[in-house]
Design a protein around this ligand. Structure first.
Ligand code: 13P
Ligand code: SF4
Length: 366
């Protein structure tokens, strides 16, 4: 029998403090039947309820290890899909607001990647022997399935260097999607010349490349980017260093190449958090990643005299992840406490099977 769910309308108008109360009450009723996984970019009023936090790789592993009946994912859509794919069939992955997508993930679609693969085959003949498709975990499940089917793999910002080694040990070229910047930075660190990493524009025939460029390329970089990380510019680092010559700059690899080159450290959100947390007291940091994480770090580091500053002069948040607010979380948890599942993320079985192949390859090598 279909049980009708509690409507969100009543929660939309809840004051923040009331939403917080109801989250706590629903959690108490649910006990260990629900686990709350939170990405580091999650807003503070939701992050405070996390059972487990992490970057994409850590959260993927945690999702595969938990025994909770409900995995409530405070992150974005692709993260909840990964939780669904890697968890047991009896577990249910939930995204408190279905509008919490990733704009970068949306820059690559299966139709466009399949067209790219066909066009590459026209130029190179044997794509499955010559090119390893590598998808950043920030992508839809059907693209992970594409990689599973074509001898490819998934990577995260943490393991991208290891994954590129794996990919090149099998085939001579890599098609990297959807983030050109992570692909370029990782290739650059491996010594691949910039002119052998060409950008594939999915809106142009043959990606806007000549057959000669395609034959010469080691990495074909999908023309995609993160709208948050594109805000960080080399000039922000230059100006800051003039004022803080002894300070440190740390950036996420979704930032452009020139920003990564000018940074002292480059790595995932978990890496950024650990590096600053473990740094000596009274150090000064400029951070190129999302504002919620940077603001939280700035507060937490104050007692140790560490100063943590955001790289861009403008406010740039992951506006989609921001949609998961206390009201949506309270609504989700109260429904679960009543035995009603809302906003379940369920990847179709055939797609999940192929995507799991690409994810398992990643987990095995990283
Ligand atoms: P991390 O895996 O480093 O947390 O990155 C995820 C992400 O979306 C960064 O924008
Ligand atoms: Fe996607 Fe950028 Fe948000 Fe990360 S910060 S989830 S890449 S839109």
């Amino acid at each position: 029998m279909q049980v009708s769910t509690i409507s969100f309308d009543r929660f939309n108008v809840l004051a923040d403090n009331e939403a917080q109360e109801r989250i706590r009450a629903a959690r108490a009723r649910l006990g260990d039947r629900a686990v709350l996984l939170c990405h580091h970019y999650q807003r503070a009023d939701v992050y405070q309820h996390a059972d487990l936090t992490g970057d994409s790789l850590k959260l993927a592993r945690l999702a595969s290890q938990t025994d909770a009946e409900y995995i409530v994912f405070c992150g974005v859509h692709f993260m909840a899909e990964v939780a669904d794919i890697l968890s047991k069939p009896s577990q249910i992955a939930i995204l408190p607001d279905l509008a919490a997508g990733c704009s970068m993930a949306d820059m690559a679609s299966l139709a466009k990647v399949e067209r790219c693969w066909r066009e590459l085959a026209e130029v190179l003949d044997r794509t499955d022997e010559l090119i390893t498709p590598v998808t950043y975990i920030n992508s839809a499940a059907d693209l992970k399935a594409f990689c599973g089917e074509h001898g490819g793999i998934v990577c995260t910002s943490t393991n991208a260097p290891t994954i590129l080694d794996w990919a090149f040990s099998r085939r001579e070229k890599v098609l990297f999607f959807p983030d050109q910047h992570l692909g370029r930075w990782t290739g650059f660190k491996k010594g691949i010349p910039l002119d052998e990493m060409v950008v594939w524009d999915p809106d142009l025939e043959y990606g806007g490349l000549t057959p000669e460029q395609i034959r010469k390329a080691k990495i074909l970089l999908w023309k995609g980017h993160c709208s948050v990380h594109q805000m960080f510019q080399p000039v922000h680092i230059d100006r800051w260093r003039e004022k803080h010559p002894h300070g440190f700059v740390i950036s996420h690899p979704e930032s452009m190449l020139e920003v990564c080159q000018k940074s002292d450290y480059v790595g995932s959100t978990e890496f950024i958090l650990n590096t600053i947390t473990n740094a000596p007291p009274n150090t000064h940091w400029l951070v190129g990643t999302e504002l919620n994480l940077v603001s939280r770090l700035a507060e937490e580091m104050k007692p140790q005299g560490k100063v943590v500053q955001f790289m861009a002069p403008t406010v740039c948040m992951c506006s989609t992840m921001q949609r998961i607010d206390p009201q949506h979380l309270a609504w989700t948890l109260e429904n679960l406490a009543e035995g009603k599942v809302v906003n379940q993320i369920k990847v179709p079985e055939h797609e999940a099977e192929l995507a799991r192949i690409a994810l398992d390859r990643m987990l095995a090598v990283s």
